[in-house]
Design a protein around this ligand. Structure first.
Ligand code: 5MM
Length: 338
């Protein structure tokens, strides 16, 4: 399949991506929150539950795996990536090596993993991956982000994207501006805009084919400590304004991260985004927590009851599938949903 065909399949209307590429430290945190300790067996079992939900492909086009997971198999012995392909779901892989402090830029980080990247990409492609993800993390704070931090991260994202395309994998380019902080919606707008401008600039300089990538942006939101109360339509309008200024129409799709929003908040805002009228790109999802949180809770409570965990995942997938078409409504959610 060409890069363009894979990118298009990942953002097919009514579908989106399940991000299940938590690194060990993140997985440890997520499991601890539901009272479980992290081990290779527990991570495998949990991810098997995620990837064996019957009919998952109806609203999930692709799953992003972690290095450990792409080397693991289901209890039937079938490798996870092969199981996904058989189910009509496209396997992807996280290829960054996490963040590290950016020297001389206090409290700022840069994502690492460019060394040896091409060899790893080639191996992942042989293991079944068809797309790759790299996440840059940008924090808003006093005097932050600096131009130095934005440039360093945009450069790394573009270098990774070029390498992924060279190996036949669709790059999912994720420059995440975090929600943490007391900043306003307007400040998030300005920072997201500056970051996406820099990312575009570097992608072009590294000769990345924009028709064969997906961008995984944050929604434009006020900081979690801002006290600002903003409606979903306002968030959607601010987000679309920034994206129209910074992401060319040649990019086939934008797959939003959820970033710590509750599952229902993320869905409601995706729905509002898809009600903003015709846009040049597909507006889809690549949610981690907003898809998985209820599943992990259900599974941790009753590990033997896979059906309840599956139902939780399929419900969120269906809700986000509806939001992709601007057809979600709060009445579709159980009254207890957060
Ligand atoms: C699933 O989490 C991904 C991996 O995170 P770490 O490398 O920190 O372990 C993460 O990149 C995720 O894909 C994005 O942040 C989107 O997930 P959310 O939960 O924000 O939708």
């Amino acid at each position: 399949m060409s890069l363009q065909a894979t990118a298009k399949a990942l953002v097919e209307p009514g579908k989106g991506i399940l991000a299940a590429d938590e690194s060990h430290p993140t997985m440890e945190k997520r499991l601890a929150r539901v009272g479980l300790s992290s081990s290779e067996r527990v991570r495998r079992d949990y991810r098997e539950v995620l990837m064996t939900a019957p009919g998952l492909s109806e609203h999930v086009s692709g799953v992003i795996l972690f290095d450990e997971t792409i080397r693991q198999s289901r209890s039937t012995g079938r490798p996870f990536a092969q199981g996904l392909l058989r189910a009509g779901i496209i396997p992807g892989i996280k290829v960054d090596a996490g963040t590290t402090p950016l020297p001389r830029f206090p409290a700022e980080v840069v994502t690492q993993g460019l060394d040896g990247l091409s060899a790893r990409l080639t191996e992942y492609a042989a293991l079944g991956a068809r797309f790759a993800k790299w996440r840059a993390v940008i924090r808003i704070g006093d005097g932050r982000p600096t131009a130095g931090c934005v440039e360093a991260n945009a450069h790394a994202l573009a270098r990774y994207a070029a390498a992924a395309q060279e190996c036949g994998l669709v790059p999912v380019v994720e420059p995440e501006v975090l929600m943490d902080g007391s900043h306003s919606l307007e400040r998030c707008s300005l920072v997201t805009s500056a970051v996406l401008h820099a990312v575009h600039d570097h992608l072009v300089r590294q000769r990345v084919d924009l028709t064969g990538i997906l961008i995984k942006p944050n929604m434009v939101l006020p900081g979690t400590e801002s006290g600002q109360d903003v409606g979903d339509d306002e968030i959607a309008a601010a987000t679309v304004r920034v994206l129209r200024d910074t992401v060319p129409a040649s990019v086939p799709g934008l797959v939003f991260l959820s970033g710590g929003q509750t599952p229902v908040e993320a869905t409601a805002r995706l729905d509002a985004l898809n009600r903003t009228g015709a846009q040049p790109w597909e507006l889809s999802f690549s949610f981690g927590r907003a898809l998985q949180a209820p599943v992990l809770e259900a599974w941790a409570a009753h590990p033997e009851d896979r059906a309840s965990a599956h139902a939780a995942l399929l419900h969120r997938a269906r809700m986000n599938g509806a939001a992709r078409r601007g057809r979600w409504s709060r009445s579709l959610e159980p009254s207890t949903a957060g």
